[in-house]
Write a protein that binds this ligand. Sequence first.
Ligand code: PMP
Length: 369
Amino acid sequence: MFPPLRDELRGIEPYGAPQLSLEQAPVQLNVNENPYGPSPEAAADIARAVGAAAVSLNRYPDREFVELRSALAAYLDTSGGSGITPEMVWAANGSNEVMLQLLQAFGGPGRVALSFAPTYSMYPEYARDTMTEWVAGHRAEDFSLDLDAARRLVEERRPSVVLLPSPNNPTGTVLPPQAVTMLCEAAASYEPGGIVVVDEAYGEFRRAGTPSALELLPQHRNLVVTRTMSKAFALAGARLGYLAADPSICDAIRVVRLPYHLSAVTQATALAALRHAPELLGKVDDLRAERDATVAWLREQGLEVADSDANFALFGRFADRHAVWQGLVDRGVLIRETGPDGWLRVSIGTAEEMAAFKKALLDTIETTK
Ligand code: PMP
């Protein structure tokens, strides 16, 4: 059959949330974007930096992106890390690409990648694309992890890569540091051991008192913490994700990365954005407050809501969640039908967008009763 696709890829739909135009759904709260764009000053500085890079686009970019690695290391030291050096940092086109590279380097035929469901839906795709066996353990009803069961599963299946989103997508819940420590120790207890990836795509949105796994890096050589500029930095369109880990892990990725994978335009954009970090991150506090208010409001309506340390909330449960999702779309509000059956996920937008969401949800619940 043409084209001669790998058998296991036949008939599979490409991953992606349903996209509707702004005319169809003016309020878009479905892909956990930051609703605030850069200020005119930050946008102008990014444009200037890209303009300067444009003059030498006949040349390949810095393959090792040394300046960007230094800037990311300095930023991480202000965001839960300490003593992070440029050699401990790696970056790629979105943290999706960073994690795919981790699977390319550490997964592969005969190896296992493991996570605990519900978990980020791209993980099984990285496993499939790198011919790594996918194993999913389970979370409890409240989406927490049974630590003993989790450790036993790791010891039994001996994964090469453990993927732990924290805050988790789609639930928004975080893992306590003891869970990360226990799983790092479990993954170091067999030969040749596994790496434990704590995916902190939403790390900057965590509530006060919730530590970052960056703090645990000095204790665990097999710990990798991934971050992204797509969420808190409001830079989803630039595609820049990164990680912090032992330098030997970064060196291993250098073997599988494509040469010059980070374009000069991407590097210039990310560096300029990092110079504006305080301003770009300035909306994080507003979004956290809006998130807490949204969670409280949903609970006041008698709905179940998972604790959220992210820029979204998972709520339910609905006998027919599709009908509720459709009801919201009909009222111009696009959210995401994802997570366990009966639950829906809403990204946190501006106060006006959240007001529109609340009104549309009340109307919909009223008419679907
Ligand atoms: N990890 C998690 C948990 C996510 O939800 C996302 C984005 N939806 C990503 C990673 C990837 O983000 P990006 O590639 O934009 O960095």
